[in-house]
Each structure stands twice: as structure tokens, then as C-alpha cells.
Design a protein around this ligand. Sequence first.
Ligand code: C2E
Ligand code: MG
Ligand code: MG
Length: 557
Amino acid sequence: MNFDNDLMLFFRTIYEDSENMDECSAKVKSAVAAVADKLDIVRAELAVKMPATKLCEDGADMLMVLYDREKDVENEPFEASFPLFEGGFITVTFYSGNSNGFDNEQRNIVEIIANTVFIQFNRVIMQELVTHVIKTDIETGAATLDALINYAGMLIAQNRIEDFSIIFFNIHNFKYVNKVLNYEQGDVVLRNYTKTIYRNLSDGEIITRLGGDNFVMLVKKESLREYIDMLSFMNIRYDDGKVSKDFIFSATIGYSSTVGIRYPREVMARASIAYSAARRVGAGHVMEYSENIKQELMKIQGVLSNFMAGLMAGEFEVYYQPKVRIETKEIFGAEALVRWHRKGRISAPVEFVPFLTNDGSIIKLDYYVLEEVCKWLRKRIDMGFEPLRISVNFSRKHLEEKNMIGNIVALIDKYELDHQLIEIELTESEDYQNFELITEIVNGLRANGIVTSMDDFGTGFSSLNMIKNVDLQVIKIDKSFIPLEKDYEGKDKDLIMFYYIIKMVKKLGKETIAEGVETEQQLDYLREVGCDAVQGFVFDKPLPAAEFEKRLACGYN
Ligand code: C2E
Ligand code: MG
Ligand code: MG
């Protein structure tokens, strides 16, 4: 059978681009007509059966005649069914005019034709579904992540993805709504919120709700800025006739261009990387995806995923930095500072503490350090040495902990140590509401004989408030407040501030210690203004326990 030309015509016709179902069916019909004679096809049908899904609320049940020569046929038709991605299937049926049906050779070709018809329809159905989804309000006919991925796949296939940018966002402080209103009313606010965005979407733009108050949008790249501005300040009104309230929402936003994207999942990956970075900076921030951010995120993930194993494998080591009285050069205590033996080198806290803090695992690390310190003190006491007070850094994450005081006391008691030997360093909090919590903790620790100090005094937002409201015993003045010996602009101010800080803190009956003292000249100055203790490189860097023990044995004289 030679009908190469007709078959060519079939493929040429069917593969012409069609934008919608009507165009598609017209093309398929004329394509089938081109081969009907040669294959003795008298009738061709296409049936679409789809269950109701989130994507297609009503489902579909449709029969379309692709070709009909209006001839009665008695034989078995050729039938092929193909599954659809959202469930359901497309069935393509061809009837032969020959009383015996199609012969083998015809069947093979009819099968290829049926496949091609399916592929074309499937593409258009998907396209239509996505268009439908774009036009659907999320709460009532939610677009799923799958829909977004499929849509992105289609845009990639059509070389149109780069016309779009991707936005991943979370509504900032939506929880507040549920505090002010009940949950049903909260849902209405969320619906109004999404509708407001949805009304602004132009052709081809899509919004997907991932769950909760997390959303992803694909928007035209020239409209990206407008959407970011809009999401950063949305005024949403709730009004049911009885209750009326306005809410102003901002959002934490990650966004990215789609340049160079070749797979649908990359679209989501970029957006979520940018979003994670924005969230790390803080709620309400906006961050653009970049290769650097991706590397940074991988670094963080490296830290977080290796942390627990590292902790159990003993990769964390406690270093001790001596605290020294200026007058006598006596070592009266030390600060415990953690180091991580990782990948053949020693990592400093800046490389992991901030990530562990964000993630909350810092709490485990702080207790590990405290326990190591207790073990070390126990060992020293058992060896007959006079023990000295060691301070341990406790992250502000502990404020969220339930039984912090009980846990600390239990650990110290486990090693049968005098509570006075442990000092807990806390940093001031940005959050004023936390004062009460910090006060409770500080008082609780004090009631148990445990010393508390305020670390990095002067670097936060509310140092004076902390001193005023919280009864801490020790104030550690941050190195940024220690005047340098060389002349520089603003040095006079630094000298005045440092002088009065020392005076004030002493007058309030607290111990002071200056951190980060590096030179003899600084030491002289500190002595002059009445600061009596320092911790700094001028005496020692943080030392491994064995070296610290040597230092304790020989001192500085
Ligand atoms: P920090 O608690 O303020 O500790 C003092 C930091 O200043 C230490 O850095 C110390 O090595 C450094 N330092 C001391 N003297 C000098 C000096 O003369 N010059 C200079 N330039 N620096 C000096 P390190 O050990 O890198 O620790 C950094 C921060 O990491 C600590 O600041 C603390 O906030 C945190 N950190 C360390 N260990 C822990 C821990 O076990 N738990 C928690 N939550 N945080 C920790
Ligand atoms: Mg400290
Ligand atoms: Mg400090």
C-alpha cells in the first residue's frame, strides 16, 4: 500500500499548532479525512471521559465525530484508550468500511494515527484545563502544584517560559486574623485576599495555593515589580454586615526569573530557594533568587543535615577563653566557646551558630556545651584543683523552651557541682515582649544560685532597657565599644561612652567585663576608667581544654 503522501499530509495537518479545542478538532478532522479513503475509514470518533477533579470541577463526558461517511458498518471497530494525567481517558475509535474490518497493515497505521490524535487532544485539553485553572478562584476550585508544574512544562515546551517570572510567597502574620476573627471568617479573608490577586492576573498568569497561606505565582516578567509591590501592601476588608474589619498584609517573598530553565521542577526550586532566603532574613522580606543564594542554602543544608551526626560523633569541642582581672592578672573564670571539627578543619561559630539558631537545633548544642563544661569542672575538682566559674552561651531560642531552668539545674546536679560555678550568658532581645520572659528566666536561675550575664552589651536595640528591667549580675561589654588606641574619627565619643557605661554598670552594682581587648594600650585605658576584668586576645584566644589547663597552671606573670 502506498500512501506516503497522504500520511505526510496527515502529519503535516495534525501537527500544525492549535491554540484551543475548536482549532484542534478542525485540524484533526481534516487530517483524518486526508487518510480516510486509503485506509477505508468510514467513521472516526473521539470520546473524552474525565472524573470531576479539583482542576476540572464538572469532569467531562464528550463524544466527538472526527469523520463520517454515513455508511452502516457491522464489523468490530479499532479502538484505543489513553489515560489522562488528571484521571479519566480519551478513546479514539475507527470504523472500517470493509466487512472484515481493518487488515493487519491497516491496523498498524490506524494505531499510529490514533496515537497522534490522542497526543494532540491531550495537549489541548491540558492547555484548556490550565487556562480554566488560571481563571479559577483558589478557595473554590483550587489550583494544585501539579497544575502549576504542568503549566510550566507547557510553557517550556512552547519556548514561552522566559516571558514569565516566578513568585513564591507567604502572607505575613496571617495568624493575626485568626486571633481577631474566628476560623470561618478567617477563611473569608483568605478568599478575599486571593480574589484580589486573581482579579489582577492577566492572560497566562497563574496563582497556586500550596496550602496554608503559601502561594506560588507565574506572572509576566514585566509585571513582576507590580505584583511584588502589591503583595507587600494588601488591604483586605472583612465585612459580613455585623463585623467589619480592615487588614493590611505584607508578605515574605522569593522571586526568580525563569531564564535558562529547562525543567518544570526548576521553576519551583528557584522560587522556594529565594523564599527560604527571604524568610531567613526575616518575615516580610523580599529576595531574588541567585546562584549565590543557592550555594548559601546548600551550605546551610550541609550544616543542618550534618549537625546531629556531628554532635553524636563528638565533632564539637569546647574551647575556653580566660577571663582575667586587670590589676592582678588572675584568671577568675572563662567563657566556653564551641568549635566544630568538620571536613578536616576547625569551624568557628559564625559558620554554623546562626544557622542552628534559625533552625532551633542550637538548643541541643548549648546543652551539649554545658554538659561538656560540667564534665570538665567535675574532672578538675576530682583532681583536686580549685574550680572556677565558666560561662556558657545560651541562645535566645531558649526563650521558647519549656523547662529551661529545670534542665540547666538537672545537668549541673548530675555532676554534683556548686551552682555558682556556672554562668549563663544571654543576649539582649529585640523583642520587648520578651523582657518578661527573660526576667522570669534570670530570676529563676538566680534563685537556683546560677549566675547570669548579658552578652554583647551595647550591640542590640534595647541594652539600657535590659539593664533597667532585668536583674543580671554580669554585663559583658561588646568589643565594638572598646576604644581602639589609634586615633580615628569619633574616638572622643567612644571614650566618653565607654567611661560612663563602666561607671553606670558599676553603680548599679553589677560586675563588668570588657570583651575583645587586644592590646596593652587598651588594657591601660580600661584600668584607668575603672574596668576591672577583661576577656580578649591580649591575654589569650579561646583555648582547647588542655591548653587552658596549662594556662591555669602557669598564669600570666
Ligand atoms: P561571644 O559570646 O560574644 O564570644 C566572644 C567572641 O569574641 C568569641 O568568638 C571570641 O573568640 C571573640 N574574641 C574574644 N576576644 C577577642 C579579641 O580580643 N578580639 C577579637 N577580634 N575577638 C575576640 P567566637 O568563639 O568565634 O564566637 C562567636 C560567637 O558565637 C560568640 O560570641 C557567641 O555568640 C557564639 N557562640 C560561641 N559558642 C557558642 C555556643 O556554645 N552556644 C551559642 N549559643 N553561641 C555560641
Ligand atoms: Mg558570649
Ligand atoms: Mg560577646
